[in-house]
Design a protein around this ligand. Structure first.
Ligand code: FES
Ligand code: FES
Length: 177
């Protein structure tokens, strides 16, 4: 068990902490947190999972997107205590030690990023989309990603990246044979 405040900061005097246990990228983690701590800050500062970016802090940009029980959520507007007993996946959990996830490969193949700030959130939202819809249209992809903003790419290559990943995942399952 790790106290977040051992790693990051001293808790505010008089503010009680809550013990929470969650599964992060397949690993069970127990931490003591102030009830006001945001999930994004727990992931980035408490767990050093800095692939979760913070852009707007107001639920607008999607840079902080993580998968919460498999569904995309904006971790800048969730409290860490709300994750107690739940499953959280960040971009660091997408690939195995030796292999990129097809969505990550798609972004590489189709040049779906420039600065990369939005990319972790884009990829996690895309992964969730492809798990529920293995053959999305371009419109489906644009709708699914409508809560994730990119300032660099114009979105064309992001959409192509997701289509590339969808095709690869279907081929791996033998569905396009
Ligand atoms: S930082 Fe969370 S939506 Fe922008
Ligand atoms: S690649 Fe720069 S914000 Fe999307």
């Amino acid at each position: 068990m790790t106290s977040l405040y051992d790693e990051v900061q001293t808790p505010t005097d008089g503010v009680p902490t809550r013990r929470v246990t969650m599964t992060v990228n397949g690993e069970k983690r127990t931490v003591d947190v102030e009830p006001r701590l945001l999930l994004a800050h727990l992931l980035r500062q408490g767990m050093q999972l800095t692939g979760t970016h913070v852009g707007c802090d107001t639920t607008s940009c999607g840079a902080c997107t993580v998968l919460f029980d498999g569904r995309p959520v904006k971790s800048c507007t969730m409290l860490a205590v709300q994750a107690d007993g739940h499953d959280v996946e960040t971009v660091e959990g997408m690939s195995s030690a030796s292999e990129l996830h097809p969505v990550q490969e798609g972004f590489k193949q189709e040049h779906g990023l420039q600065c990369g700030y939005c990319t972790p959130g884009m990829m996690l939202t895309s992964k969730a989309l492809l798990e529920r819809n293995p053959d999305p249209s371009e419109d489906d992809i644009r709708w699914a990603l409508s809560g994730n903003l990119c300032r660099c790419t114009g979105y064309q290559n992001i959409v192509k990246s997701v289509l590339w990943a969808a095709e690869k995942m279907r081929a791996e399952r033998g569905e396009d044979a």
